[in-house]
Write a protein that binds this ligand. Structure first.
Ligand SMILES: *Cc1c(COP(=O)(O)O)cnc(C)c1O
Length: 400
């Protein structure tokens, strides 16, 4: 891949008011107009260079959106108050009552619940498929299908979507491919592989400090404008607007994203390789044992590695819970949901972030009870961490 996402982010140059090295934060919800005529033009959609009201757009949110469009290599982007704010806006924008969509069955629990339960209010129906089987995806497409939805690296099972193949399929059926890339910023660039719309929960790696909830939609200028259309834009009307202060702080954190992703990936690879050698069942796209290891290698940007998320199966929920408790006591990380923090975060997805998915469906998709998801932190000496984690496992009889 010759698209240099990091350079594009770092090359953006914004001066603040008074020549500050960071852009000024716009501390206003509403904006003045020189004349009533410009105000009415703005309402008519001619917003060039004009700010109207901060639910529609604000300078700070536009700076952040520009950096995110530079990350994904899309024409434009809109930022939101959460990842779910971004996801729900896209789905409601593209689907009308009676429509259908095809989604991967291994997706974020909140997205799954939205598609499975919430959009039924609008008679929108979803077929959940194994996204790694292109035939299954194609077979599920009907004349009413409005999009193919997936995660580049899925939560929590770390399945890898073949973005090029899915994009070709979407194109053939003249529908958009929508990819949630939250798990793999920089390492996978879905839009460069043919995806039409790329979504992130900025809450995770991109912000990286676990202090904020936010999201983004990256796509064409037309699509981004449609989302904030004052008459029928889902984002404008649902109102999940990101606050300017938060937008400014996420933008500052984005400037170290490339360094952080490399370190998260390096540490996760080290732990995965060593725990696999110890005989544990480890799932990590960087291991040759991962079913989509070669697919991942083909479509990733090599320098950023295989990402910071891995799973360990320790056999039972009781063992998983005991291990997470002990690792937290020994300060190896936190028993917490979410990901992308400097500290390792661990949770048992079956009873937490994927608990929206019914038990029998969890079993069907291979989400076992003893599964622990780790978002590996930025530990400086990962060998020390490995030895300390291993000691926890020995003390609990998980390893001998
Ligand atoms: C966390 C997450 C979301 C939801 O994002 P929020 O910012 O919590 O609303 C969506 N998709 C994935 C893959 C996530 O990990």
């Amino acid at each position: 891949m010759d698209y240099k996402a990091s350079d594009n982010i770092l090359d953006l140059q914004y001066f603040g008011e008074f020549g500050g090295v960071n852009p000024s934060i716009s501390d206003s919800s509403t904006y003045t107009f020189i004349s009533a005529k410009t105000m009415s033009d703005t309402f008519d959609g001619n917003t060039e260079g004009c700010y109207l009201y901060s639910r529609h757009s604000s300078p700070s949110n536009l700076y952040l959106a520009e950096a995110l469009a530079a990350l994904e290599g899309t024409e434009n982007a809109n930022v939101y108050a959460s990842g779910m704010g971004a996801i729900t806006s896209v789905i409601l924008q593209l689907c009308n009552a009676g429509d259908h969509l095809v989604s991967s069955r291994t997706i974020y629990g909140g997205t799954y619940a939205f598609l499975k339960n919430f959009v039924q209010k609008f008679n929108v129906d979803t077929s959940f498929v194994d996204i790694t089987t292109i035939d299954a995806v194609e077979n599920a497409i009907t004349p009413k299908t409005k999009m193919i939805y997936c995660e580049a690296v899925s939560n929590p099972l770390l399945e890898i979507a073949d973005i090029k193949a899915l994009a070709a399929l979407a194109k053939k059926h003249n529908i958009p491919l929508v990819v949630d890339n939250t798990f793999s910023p920089l390492s996978i660039l879905p839009a460069k592989l043919g995806a039409n719309i790329v979504i992130h929960s900025l809450t995770k790696f991109i912000n990286g400090t676990s202090d904020t909830v936010a999201g983004v939609v990256c796509g064409t200028t037309d699509f981004c404008a449609s989302l904030k259309d004052v008459n029928n834009g889902a984002a404008m009307l649902l109102g999940s607007t990101l606050d300017s202060y938060r937008a400014a702080s996420i933008l500052k954190n984005m400037r170290t994203l490339h360094i952080r992703i490399k370190k998260h990936s390096e540490n996760a690879l080290y732990l995965s390789q060593n725990f696999e050698k110890d005989g544990l069942r480890v799932v990590y796209p960087g291991l040759a044992s991962h079913p989509s290891h070669f697919k991942m290698k083909q479509q990733m940007v090599a320098e950023y590695g295989f990402g910071g998320i891995m799973t360990l199966d320790v056999g039972s929920l009781d063992k998983a819970n005991a291990l997470m408790k002990l690792m937290q006591e020994r300060n190896l990380g936190y028993l917490a949901v979410s990901l992308g923090f400097y500290k390792t975060l661990f949770s048992a997805p079956g009873t937490s972030t994927s608990s929206e998915i019914p038990m029998e469906e969890q079993e069907k998709m291979g989400l076992s009870n003893g599964l622990i998801r780790l978002s590996v932190g930025l530990d400086n000496d990962i060998n020390r961490t490995y030895n300390m984690m291993r000691k926890c496992m020995i003390d609990l009889g998980i390893l001998s």
